[in-house]
Each structure stands twice: as C-alpha cells, then as structure tokens.
Design a protein around this ligand. Structure first.
Ligand SMILES: *[C@@H]1O[C@H](CO)[C@@H](O)[C@H](O)[C@H]1NC(C)=O
Ligand SMILES: *[C@@H]1O[C@H](CO)[C@@H](O)[C@H](O)[C@H]1NC(C)=O
Ligand SMILES: *[C@@H]1O[C@H](CO)[C@@H](O)[C@H](O)[C@H]1NC(C)=O
Ligand SMILES: *[C@@H]1O[C@H](CO)[C@@H](O)[C@H](O)[C@H]1NC(C)=O
Ligand SMILES: *[C@@H]1O[C@H](CO)[C@@H](O)[C@H](O)[C@H]1NC(C)=O
Length: 377
C-alpha cells in the first residue's frame, strides 16, 4: 500500500467512525474492495461478492456444466448504486430487526406495550424493520479473509425499537458451498427478532439470453408438506393447510418444474411453507429445498434450521448485470427460497410456545447453507 492510499484509507476510517459511531467503522474502511466497490470471497468452484449496504450479496459465480462461468443471482454492477435502490423486496440484503409486517406497529413484552415507528399501511404497520431497517443501513466489516466475511451492525434504538441489538452475519465459502450464520445479541431490552436474507437465483445465469426464466427449473421441498393460509391481502390468517400429494403446491412428494405449478395457478408463485424437520435429525444433514436446472447442469441444495420457507418468483424489472447479458429480468426470471420464522407469529399467541421475543438470556442464532453440485464435476 503506498503512502497516498494509506492516507486516503486513514481519512476514510476517521470519517466513518465519526459518522457511524461503530467501533468497527475504522476497520471497515481498510478492507480492500474490487473496482466495483465489492468485497470478494472465494473457494474452489465458487466466488461471491458483497456490498456493505444492507450486507447484500451482489454476485455468485459458478462454472456451469459446459465450463462457462456464470453469475446466478440478481444484483447490480456497481456497489455504489445500492443505496439508491429503494424498492422492495430488498435486493439480496439482510432484513431486520424485524422482517415482514408488524401490524399495529406495536408489540407487548411482560405486559408493557412498545410502539415502534410505522412505515406501512398508512402509518399503522411497521414493514421490514421500518424506514431505517437493517437492509437500508451501511454495515461494518469486522473480518474479511479470502473465504469469509463478517458484517456487524449496532442497532441503537432505531425505528422506535428499544434497546441496542448487536447483530453479526458471517458468510463463509468452502468448495462448492456457501454458509450464512446469523447472530443477534439483544442488550438492555428484550424484543422481537426476525432476520431474513432473500436471495433471488437463476441457475442458468440468464443464458442464453435475458428472456431466460426459472420456469424450467425443477424444485423439490422434501419436508414442506404444509403451507400457511393467507387472506385476500396476502396476510397470514394463522391457519395451516396441507399440500396433498399431487394437488396444489405439492413439491414434497416429488420434484417438479416451477412452470407446471405456475401454469396451474395462473399467477405468480408466492407461498410460505412450514418445514417439518426430522424430530431428532441434524438439520445440517437433510436439505429443505433442492433446485436444479438441466440447462446449466447446476443443482442447489438449501439447508437451514429455520421453520418456514417463503418461495417467491421475481415480478420482473431490474437491469441484468453486465456479465449476465443485455436487457431486463423478465417476470419469473428468478426465484428466492427465503428461510424464516412462522409468518406473523408475534400476533398468533394460539401457536403456543413459539418463541418470538429474545432477551439477553438467549442469543438469536440461525444458519443457512447452500450446496452446489455441477454435472460432470
Ligand atoms: C471456472 O473455471 C475457470 C477455469 O478452470 C477457473 O479459472 C475459474 O476460477 C472457475 N470459476 C469459479 C467460480 O470457480
Ligand atoms: C391508505 O389510505 C388511502 C387513502 O385514504 C386508502 O385508499 C388506502 O386504502 C389506505 N390503505 C390501507 C392499507 O389502509
Ligand atoms: C487464502 O488465504 C490463506 C492464508 O493466507 C492461503 O493459504 C490460501 O492459499 C488462500 N486461498 C486462496 C484461494 O487464495
Ligand atoms: C432467447 O433464447 C430463446 C431460447 O433459446 C429463444 O427462443 C429466443 O429467440 C432468444 N431471444 C433473443 C432476443 O435472442
Ligand atoms: C419474518 O420475515 C418474513 C420475511 O419478510 C415474513 O414473511 C414473516 O412473516 C416474518 N415472520 C414473523 C414471525 O413475523
């Protein structure tokens, strides 16, 4: 590092401590980025890029069965463009302190009602953590080595929530594998936590061209025999329905194409499944989702300890990245498999003993692992 670069680095570090008030801010400014402002981690057969805005994944490169390197996630070319992105859903970033809707913009702990700052439903609900949710924040980077990166964030009473929540997300790659570990320590006050990282995939990397969708991808959800019922507005009612064998939304009994279900439903695919993990099984041993494309020869397996999975296809829009081709992503151009808690559990006390409030007695931890298999490798 030459003297000029060093002084620019030190100035950036001083400025970020000053403006963000985080002890890790100084460290963040010193980790190297590529020319697009992104942080790279890699292992055999896999390379990922991130931005610290929302701790979002920006690229995921693999070689397909023909040996061509493809980028299989939605995102933007330049990390500096992410802060301008204000639409929902968030583009592959962390959603917190509380993902989803918190209706009434309030919750109760030990008989005390806490009001938070609403940002949805005409000022009556809190959505995705609020106006300054974690997906809209600049995260700091505590550690960045060649195959791992750890993002940290100190939420100090943001969005009307009480207490300080110290959050840490670590991404690690090993050969053909990507692991996400979430950890949140609530300080001073207990409160609700629901963290999510919604990543949109297209296992063909939009080859041969941008009109490529995920309709020909095959999906298997071996432990997702039940799904959550929703009302006309898409809000979960608290009831659970079964996905009977060979009937609507059955992806547990066999693997089938996403297009086949979408054609049957004549709409987009937007379902939250309950995951029935094996009673005594190790959640690291059995995948909850298997997605594959015969075109690229790539199969992706998802493992998680979360109890629900929101499956959702992309509505369309967003420019492809330069390594993915020309044009815009079409409707059903990508799919996300969002691991999460049972939807709206905070408002369903009848789901006895589902933990929704975390205090200093219980560190919130969750994991997700994506394993990739490529035909002929
Ligand atoms: C794809 O293959 C090329 C050539 O073998 C290799 O240099 C590159 O690192 C591979 N890409 C990934 C993401 O592993
Ligand atoms: C918000 O207010 C507008 C105008 O008063 C109304 O049309 C709309 O239905 C309201 N939306 C909700 C979610 O209450
Ligand atoms: C990652 O870093 C370690 C330690 O510095 C080094 O031994 C290893 O070769 C590096 N791996 C890659 C893929 O660059
Ligand atoms: C994109 O690829 C599809 C499938 O190969 C083909 O039918 C279509 O004509 C192509 N579109 C363009 C604009 O090249
Ligand atoms: C957690 O967040 C997800 C994603 O936004 C949402 O669908 C789900 O309803 C939330 N869960 C709870 C318990 O609120």
């Amino acid at each position: 590092m030459n003297l000029w670069k060093l002084s620019v680095g030190i100035l950036a570090a001083v400025k970020s401590v000053w403006t963000r008030g985080s002890p890790f801010a100084a460290l963040t400014a010193l980790w190297p980025t590529n020319e697009d402002g992104k942080y790279i981690i890699q292992a055999e057969g896999i390379r990922l890029a991130f931005t610290n805005h929302g701790a979002a994944l920006t690229n995921l490169w693999l070689n397909n069965t023909h040996g061509e390197e493809i980028d299989i996630v939605l995102g933007m070319d330049d990390a500096r463009d992410y802060p301008q992105q204000s639409s929902n859903p968030y583009l592959n970033g962390v959603i917190g302190r509380y993902a989803g809707f918190l209706s009434g913009a309030s919750y109760e702990v030990d008989g005390i009602l806490y009001n938070v700052t609403p940002n949805a439903h005409n000022g009556t609900s809190l959505y995705n953590g609020g106006e300054k949710g974690w997906g809209r924040q600049t995260w700091d980077i505590a550690v960045h080595i060649n195959n791992s990166i750890t993002f940290v964030l100190f939420d100090n009473r943001w969005n009307g929530f009480p207490g300080i929540f110290a959050s840490c997300v670590t991404h690690t790659v090993t050969p053909y594998e990507w692991r996400i570990a979430f950890g949140v320590t609530p300080l001073l006050k207990a409160g609700p936590i629901n963290l999510s990282q919604q990543v949109f995939f297209n296992l063909d990397g939009f080859r041969p061209n941008s009109s490529e969708t995920v309709l020909n991808h095959k999906l298997h959800l071996p432990v997702a025999g039940m799904r959550f019922d929703v009302d006309d507005r898409g809000i979960p009612t608290g009831d659970i329905r079964s996905s009977r064998e060979r009937k609507d939304f059955d992806f547990w009994s066999t693997s089938k194409s996403i297009g086949e279900e979408i054609q049957k439903q004549r709409s987009s695919f937007d379902v939250t499944y309950a995951l029935s993990h094996k009673p005594f099984g190790d959640k690291e041993d059995d995948p909850v989702a298997i997605l594959s494309s015969h075109l690229s020869g790539i199969t992706m397996e998802l493992y998680t300890d979360q109890d629900a999975l929101h499956v959702h296809t992309w509505d369309g829009g967003l420019k492809l990245k330069k390594d993915q081709g020309e044009g815009k992503v079409s409707q059903h151009g990508a799919i996300s498999l969002e691991m999460q808690d049972w939807p709206d559990a905070v408002h369903h006390p009848e789901w006895r003993h589902r933990k929704t409030i975390w205090g200093m007695d219980g560190l919130f931890t969750r994991f997700a692992t994506y394993k990739f298999l490529v035909n002929g490798q």
